[in-house]
Design a protein around this ligand. Structure first.
Ligand SMILES: Cc1cc2nc3c(=O)[nH]c(=O)nc-3n(C[C@H](O)[C@H](O)[C@H](O)COP(=O)(O)O)c2cc1C
Length: 170
């Protein structure tokens, strides 16, 4: 069995989760930035990770998912976002990632909070958009993903891999 972990990460949050997931994989594995991915077709399972940008996947993420999530390839998504996990709008946000990966055989989606970059928070605080200003004010993402979230990501990787193992023809 061969596994791929590929991620997009500007400030290291999604990378941290990618590394934890990779660390839990016990078969042959590669980890790389999405920019380095040529073809996920040679992997039995691909863990693909992205940050939320603008309440969903950004253009690059959508294009990546549309290009690679085809032909029922087995894919698991991991997503980081500044919003708390219990934020009511989050399911809708995550659904946009699933939609972009609709051509894959989706094995699971993990998401967790990741610290909002200081520069982005500053811009949000002075934005004309009231919702952005309020989100910046409410932001409680500092220090995320913390060790508890990283552990949840590890558990997600173990569970996904164990399902892969049990679905293998004997
Ligand atoms: C341009 C931009 C837009 C973002 N939009 C959202 C958003 O709509 N909702 C949210 O919860 N977080 C948003 N975030 C926060 C990131 O998703 C979050 O901090 C993430 O963990 C960053 O991951 P990274 O360090 O791997 O890049 C945004 C960040 C940036 C830079």
């Amino acid at each position: 069995m061969k596994a791929l972990v590929a991620y997009l990460s500007s400030t290291g949050n999604t990378k941290k989760i990618a590394e934890a997931i990779c660390d839990e994989i016990r078969c042959y594995k590669d980890i790389m930035k999405v920019d380095e991915v040529q073809d996920i077709g040679s992997y039995d399972i691909s863990f693909l990770g992205f940050p939320v940008h603008g309440e969903g996947p950004d253009k690059k993420t959508k294009e990546f998912l549309a290009k690679h999530c085809t032909g029922g390839r087995k894919v698991a998504l991991f997503i980081t976002h500044a919003a708390p996990e219990e934020e009511p709008e989050l399911p809708e946000t995550l659904a946009k990632f699933k939609q972009a990966a609709a051509g894959a055989d989706l094995q699971g989606v993990f998401d967790c909070q990741g610290e909002l970059a200081k520069g982005v928070k500053f811009i949000m605080k002075i934005a004309p958009n009231k919702k952005l200003r309020s989100q910046a004010k409410m932001d409680n993402s500092k220090g995320q993903p913390d060790s508890a979230r990283v552990e949840k990501a590890r558990a997600f990787a173990r569970e996904t891999m164990s399902r892969m193992d049990s679905s293998k023809p004997s």
